[in-house]
Write a protein that binds this ligand. Structure first.
Ligand code: NAD
Length: 298
């Protein structure tokens, strides 16, 4: 029995960060300033805090300015919108990222809508979603952008391939489907109401699983030789005695390995790509705002 290839997202992300770091000095020379990323964190959620800290470190490591704005969970919506407005006006800021989720009393859609689309490095603003959907230059959500980079690196031309995206969220599933369509794949979006998901998945040359259900996609669902991108991040109990947990994806990787041509592991696949693409989007936004051409290879 042949065993599929494991796609090393960690190494690919490190390479992307390296290319970004190499491109930053040229931007600084041409624009007379560093590219800057502002991250807004509301509340004290431990996972979000860890993520924001790690974003800050990686931003500085590639030579960009990192601006962090921590606000209490009790912040009023108007105060948060005022902060976004300040960042929209601030010329040192090329990218604005508001860490989600926000507290219940804040209207997430209103906050995203307040971000200048030219600084919307998360690609969640309807202007960027609309540009992506109509095939125009857009800032694209980081996780699906990372997935398409890994797919193109693995497969080259995606034209005419059968692709099945499982999940239809605005953050992953829908933009993923748009990106695959832009690469001329034949795209199906499956979701919680899809009938006979196993046979839908079985016809795919490319499977992207973005559901949030541990190891839901079984090995035997996969068409032999298919490329599988596992976006899921699910914490499951590992050892009942110690109470330890581990992270698994949406695909039953161990059994899928006997079927796939290649698969991203969890952790170490799509996960590391997300921050690397955030930095890439910040550099792309910085070039566009400065009227400069985007560097090659990004
Ligand atoms: P979401 O909850 O917004 O969307 C989940 C989607 O899965 C929905 O569209 C739903 O229709 C579909 N779904 C639910 N149950 C299903 C079923 N039984 N069969 C088929 N489809 C079903 O989640 P999301 O934000 O898109 O995230 C999906 C997963 O990706 C989560 O595990 C999340 O943690 C992970 N994620 C990872 C990264 C990363 O950096 N690697 C980034 C974003 C999200």
């Amino acid at each position: 029995m042949s065993i599929g290839k494991i796609i090393d997202g960690k190494a690919f992300a490190a390479g992307l960060r390296e290319r970004i770091a190499q491109a930053v000095p040229t931007f600084v020379e041409q624009a007379g300033r560093k590219p800057g990323l502002a991250v807004v964190l509301v509340g004290e959620d431990p996972a979000s805090s860890v993520y924001v800290r790690s974003k800050g470190k990686m931003t500085v490591a590639v030579g960009m300015d990192s601006f962090e704005f921590k606000r209490p969970a009790t912040i009023g919506q108007d105060d948060l919108l005022d902060l976004i407005d300040e960042l929209n006006q601030d010329d040192r800021v090329d990218g604005i990222l508001v860490q989600l989720p926000l507290p219940d009393h804040i209207d997430e859609a209103a906050v995203i809508a307040a971000i200048d689309p030219a600084k919307d490095v998360d690609g969640f603003h309807v202007v960027n979603a609309g540009r992506l959907a109509t095939g125009q230059e857009a800032l694209v959500p980081c996780t699906p952008m990372g997935c398409i980079m890994l797919l193109k690196d693995e497969l080259g031309d995606l034209s005419g391939k059968e692709a099945v995206v499982i999940g239809r969220s605005n953050i992953v599933g829908k933009p993923m489907a748009q990106l695959l369509l832009a690469e001329n794949a034949t795209v199906t979006i499956a979701h919680s109401r899809t009938h006979d998901l196993a046979s839908v998945v079985h016809r795919a040359d490319i499977v992207v699983a973005a559901v949030g259900r541990p190891e839901m996609v079984k090995g035997e669902w996969i068409k032999p030789g298919a490329t599988v991108i596992d976006v899921g991040i699910n914490r499951v109990p590992d050892d009942e005695d110690t109470g330890k947990s581990r992270i698994v994806g949406d695909v039953a990787t161990a059994e899928a390995l006997a079927h796939v041509g290649a698969i991203t592991p969890v952790p170490g696949g799509v996960g590391p790509m997300t921050i690397a693409v955030l930095l890439r989007n910040t550099l792309v936004a910085a070039h566009a705002r400065a009227g400069l051409t985007k560097p090659d290879g990004l």
